[in-house]
Design a protein around this ligand. Structure first.
Ligand code: HSE
Length: 398
């Protein structure tokens, strides 16, 4: 028998306690021994919770209990979560986490500490929620040189863009509905400004390319600048708009960015709607693999965390710590990444064609037009746009 502890009793912590209880027999069988809930670390009282007997406010009780083999950190943020993760590892316990901020900012350090202390450090739920994504990337695709990973890694923004596209809504009204449905936080900044997607992209880049990427150095643009006109013009051009996190192998390191992109309507990512996430991985042997599923939510995220708990217990004597890369990888400036661009401008067709002979501008309800350029760098694009009244520029997924 081994005990596990859950740190945090919010959406994911509550979901994890439920999934572990509901599927106990199956989980014990998969772990090869009985797993018993030891503690749930909380900051508030939950007088009506069926898990009340396991609640504690004192982390040191968990830290000192020798029967606790695995600690599931589902607190979020990087303050208490970091401190408790460190202390758990130092106490000889494996740590599993759904916390993308902590993994992106301190994962390399915690992974090194876990290796030093002979315990596992796993974080499958930190990217793509319930989608099995990091294990396939690190293990099933281990024979591949990974050249690119890209995808929709934030459910809230995908919900908002889907509502803007399908219902012609503006950003503010789609965000309000996302908040009412519990997808977006009361303070939606981390989602809508792309910060959450940036952290997840950093983790994908770490695992895919072997360089530890500082999320603060990933150029990140959220969706607050996407207007209904962009979705209308994009559709007329045969595209939809998605917030993509992208990381690609580059000379001496990798290149990563988070930006709204125009995605061709016949691309698989164009059909990924609502809070669903999807991530494409391009490997040298396999070609392109796309993994898709629920990117957030209590039980989907708990499914991934529970899988890590089982894995950690199965590997007590040969711990598993994914390689989050070496420090100091060169992050090639994303601005040099050439590709086609979407431009929205208030311009006559002749003016557009004078600068972009390859363009086929389309006009929507207003005097603005949208067009797609040939592949070029952002610098080249800015030069060609010089005489045009440009309102928006987004990358196009080619
Ligand atoms: N806020 C995140 C999202 C939750 O909307 O995708 C899952 O990481």
């Amino acid at each position: 028998m081994k005990k596990y502890a859950i740190l945090g009793f919010g959406v994911v912590g509550g979901g994890l306690a439920e999934v572990m209880a509901d599927q106990k027999e199956r989980i014990d069988a998969a772990a090869g021994q009985e797993l018993e809930l030891g503690y749930i670390l909380v900051r508030h009282d939950y007088p009506d919770s069926p898990f009340r007997p396991w609640l504690t406010r004192d982390f040191s009780v968990i830290e000192r209990d020798p029967d606790v083999a695995v600690v599931a950190e589902v607190i979020g943020g990087s303050d208490a979560a970091y401190e408790y993760s460190r202390r758990a590892i130092l106490a000889g316990k494996s740590v599993v986490s759904s916390n993308k901020q902590l993994v992106a900012e301190h994962g390399m350090e915690l992974a090194a500490l876990a290796r030093e202390h002979g315990v596992s450090y796993l974080f499958e739920a930190s990217v793509g929620g319930g989608i099995p994504l990091l294990r396939p990337l690190c293990r099933c695709l281990a024979a591949n040189r990974i050249d690119q990973v890209y995808g929709i890694v934030n459910g809230t923004t995908n919900y908002i863009l889907t509502a803007m596209d399908a219902q012609g809504r503006d950003f503010a009204s789609a965000l309000k509905t996302a908040q009412e449905l519990g997808y977006a936080e009361a303070d939606p900044t981390a989602d809508v400004e792309g910060i959450d997607a940036c952290r997840k992209t950093a983790i994908l880049a770490d695992l895919a390319f072997g360089w530890n990427v500082d999320p603060a150095r990933i150029p990140t643009t959220g969706i607050t600048g996407v207007e209904p006109a962009d979705l209308e013009l994009a559709r007329a051009l045969g595209y939809t708009v998605k917030l993509l996190g992208r990381a690609a192998r580059a000379e001496g390191g990798c290149c990563a960015l988070v930006e709204p992109h125009l995605v061709p309507l016949d691309h698989i990512l164009a059909a990924v709607n609502g809070v669903t996430n999807a991530c494409a991985i391009r490997g040298s042997a396999v070609g392109e693999v796309v993994l898709c599923g629920p990117g957030a939510g209590a039980h989907p995220t708990a499914s991934a965390v529970a899988g890590d708990i089982i894995d950690a217990v199965r590997h007590i004597s040969d711990p598993v710590v994914p390689d989050l890369g070496k420090p100091g990888g060169v992050l090639v400036p994303a601005d040099s990444l050439a590709g086609p661009w979407y431009v929205r401008a208030e311009a006559e067709p002749a003016a557009v064609l004078a600068a972009f002979p390859e363009a086929r501008p389309v006009y929507g309800a207003s005097r603005e037009c949208g067009f797609i350029t040939r592949a070029m760098t952002r610098g080249e694009l800015d030069g060609l746009c010089d005489g045009l009244d440009v309102r928006a520029v987004w990358r196009v997924l080619a």
